[in-house]
Design a protein around this ligand. Structure first.
Ligand code: ATP
Length: 202
């Protein structure tokens, strides 16, 4: 199965773009959503988190103690790297299992990940798309969506590679700047991937 990775900065519109692909029948693996799920379901990962960050990492009802984890990793790059080193391989495992269960008639799949390049997970994909948006739009969208300040959005952005760095690594670009239609761009990419998928089957 041909595997497409899709990424973009916070608020770039990755999820919005993925929803258009889903309407076309393309299954999407949402890595960030999956990461949250497996942090309370994957026993190996849960044990790893507890031994790295203490038993207080989980509440008595099994939920992740977000406040405890955030306090440790937020301004500490080494601790954040430790958390990522536990979570990313677990997400890779979940992705591989998911891929194996996708209907073989599906021409290609999408993997949406904010840290596609940073985590190295693009290496599990055949090609990649970067969703790019102007900074002011990204700030506005996330402030409206999450009800947080521009400073908080900027702090999250600082933890990701810049668009320029991502653009060097991406194979395809999709501009979500509210001047270029998303659907037209998705259709061009969809036709391209269908063609490639056909040659892979032939
Ligand atoms: P994150 O990395 O934070 O998950 P994302 O890249 O997945 O963000 P979305 O959640 O798709 O971004 O979009 C952020 C917000 O901006 C959402 O509320 C979405 O509805 C809105 N949005 C995205 N693209 C557009 C657009 N072209 N026109 C209007 N609103 C948009």
């Amino acid at each position: 199965m041909y595997k497409v990775g899709i990424t973009g900065g916070i608020g770039s519109g990755k999820t919005t773009v993925c929803k258009v692909f889903q309407v076309l029948g393309i299954p999407v693996f949402y890595a960030d959503t999956e990461a949250k799920l497996i942090m309370v379901r994957d026993d190996l990962l849960i044990d790893g988190i507890k031994s790295a960050f203490g038993k207080d990492s989980y509440l008595s009802d099994g939920r992740l103690n977000n406040k405890h984890i955030a306090k440790i990793v937020f301004n500490n790059e080494d601790e954040l790297a430790k958390l990522n080193a536990l979570v990313h391989p677990a997400v890779f495992r979940a992705y591989t299992t998911w891929e194996q269960q996708v209907d073989s008639k599906v021409p290609y799949t999408l993997k949406e990940a904010a840290l596609l390049f940073e985590s190295g997970s693009y290496k599990l994909c055949d090609t990649s798309i970067l969703v790019k948006s102007p900074l002011a739009l990204k700030l506005d969208r996330v402030m409206n969506r999450d009800g947080i300040s521009a400073q908080d959005v900027a702090a999250r952005m600082d933890k990701q590679l810049s668009d320029d760095e991502k653009e060097k690594m991406a194979d395809h670009l999709l501009l979500n700047d509210e001047a270029h239609a998303i659907i037209d761009q998705v259709m061009v990419l969809h036709q391209h991937f269908l063609k490639i998928a056909k040659t892979k089957i032939a």
